[in-house]
Design a protein around this ligand. Structure first.
Ligand code: FES
Length: 158
C-alpha cells in the first residue's frame, strides 16, 4: 500500500536519530494533513515504541492534529493588537456559533478553528480569516452573521 511505503521511508530516515519521533510525525502530518490512527500504529511499530507513547506525543503537542481539517479553516488572530481589541470576544462568538474551539473541527467536517499570530493587518483588529478571506473590525454580531452566511452557503452546496 503506497501510504504505508512513505511511512516506512520516513521511519528508515528517523529510526536511528535521537528525538526523531516528533519530526517524523511532523512529516507524516505534512503529507497526509493530519495523523490518522493507522499512521500512528505504523510509526509505533516501526520505531519499536508502544502505541500509547506515540499517541501521547501526538496529543501533547497542539500542532499535531488527529483528525482531518474541515473544508473551511477559520483562523482567529491572537496577536497583541487583536488581543487588546477583543480577540477573546471573537473566539467566544465562534465557539458559541460552531460549538468548537481552537484545534477542533465540527462534526460535519465543515469548519476547523485555529489561532494565528499577527498577520500584519493590525489596523483591522480584531480579525479572523476564513480560508483566504480576511474579516476585520469584528464584533460578536458580525462574527455570527459571517458564520451563518457561510453555513447557509455550505448547505446550498450539499
Ligand atoms: S495583531 Fe492581529 S493582525 Fe496584528
Amino acid at each position: 500500500m503506497e501510504k504505508k511505503v512513505f511511512i516506512a521511508d520516513l521511519i528508515a530516515k528517523y529510526r536511528a536519530k535521537r528525538g526523531g519521533l516528533i519530526p517524523l510525525l511532523q512529516e507524516v502530518q505534512e503529507r497526509i494533513g493530519y495523523l490518522p490512527r493507522w499512521a500512528l500504529e505504523e510509526v509505533a511499530q516501526g520505531l519499536d515504541l508502544s502505541l500509547a507513547k506515540v499517541v501521547g506525543v501526538a496529543t501533547f503537542y497542539s500542532f499535531f492534529r488527529l483528525k482531518p481539517k474541515g473544508r473551511n479553516i477559520i483562523r482567529i488572530c491572537t496577536g497583541t493588537a487583536c488581543h487588546v481589541r477583543g480577540a477573546e470576544k471573537v473566539m467566544a462568538a465562534v465557539k458559541e456559533e460552531l460549538e468548537i474551539g481552537p484545534g477542533e473541527t465540527t462534526a460535519d467536517g465543515e469548519f476547523s478553528v485555529e489561532t494565528v499570530a499577527c498577520i500584519g493587518a493590525c489596523g483591522l483588529a480584531p480579525l479572523m480569516t476564513i480560508n483566504d478571506e480576511v474579516y476585520g473590525r469584528l464584533t460578536r454580531e458580525e462574527v455570527v452573521r459571517i458564520l451563518r452566511e457561510l453555513e447557509a452557503k455550505e448547505e446550498v452546496k450539499v
